[in-house]
Design a protein around this ligand. Structure first.
Ligand SMILES: [Zn+2]
Length: 205
């Protein structure tokens, strides 16, 4: 049975649940970041005033996101203007690498994360010859660029070999090994599925 708006105030819901203070989190409640309340199959759910509720009108359910993006844990810097969000699978690998990198005393700088379609378009004119729109793993959150040279020099940043080794140790592919070298680039997926690119464009315009 789907949850209708009239049923939010049901006493069946526990207060708090897994997301204390955000919603009444009975076992019938689901909450997805960015979507609000979704897919609440039972009657025992309510939302406090002011919290957005979606996907429940008439008992319909909002679809789960097809392009979830998450932030990283650990110490790192982010170049201004960069979206440091990643697909969950590569994020967990980067997080694991960051544990090693940070423990060795290094703090990498992320110079590219997720790219929207317009960001990928803008990179076409850049000095590094970015992939055509729709063909970069950055567009599905499955790639990360890490600063490797100290700006204005040809010297690697502190800890570069350790940073690279930690990321490779998590199974990521390094663009520095490609025929057309891209030493800042590490990725989890090489050729993005066009359907996934479309989902990411739709959900993260
Ligand atoms: Zn890249």
């Amino acid at each position: 049975m789907a949850c209708f708006e009239a049923e939010y105030a049901s006493s069946d819901c526990d207060t708090g649940g897994g997301l204390s203070g955000i919603y009444g989190g009975g076992s019938n409640c689901s909450f997805l970041a960015g979507l609000g309340f979704v897919r609440i199959p039972g009657p025992g759910c309510y939302a406090p005033a002011g919290i957005a509720v979606v996907g429940l009108t008439g008992g319909s359910s909002a679809p789960a996101p097809q392009c979830p993006l998450v932030s990283l844990v650990g110490r790192f810097n982010v170049k201004p203007g960069v979206i440091a969000l990643f697909a969950p699978d590569i994020a967990s690998k980067i997080d694991a690498a960051l544990v090693t990198i940070n423990a060795a005393g290094f703090v990498p700088t992320i110079t590219e994360g997720f790219r929207t379609e317009s960001m990928q378009e803008a990179r076409q004119d850049g000095p590094y010859g970015a992939a055509p729109v729709g063909q970069s793993s950055h567009e599905i959150g499955e790639a990360i660029d890490i600063r490797w040279l100290v700006p204005g020099t040809d010297k690697p940043v502190a800890g570069w070999e350790q940073i690279k080794a930690a990321l490779l140790g998590q199974g990521l592919t390094w663009g520095g090994n490609w025929r057309k070298k891209d030493p800042v680039h590490f990725e989890n997926v090489h050729k993005p599925d066009p359907n996934q690119v479309a989902a990411c464009e739709r959900e993260h315009p």
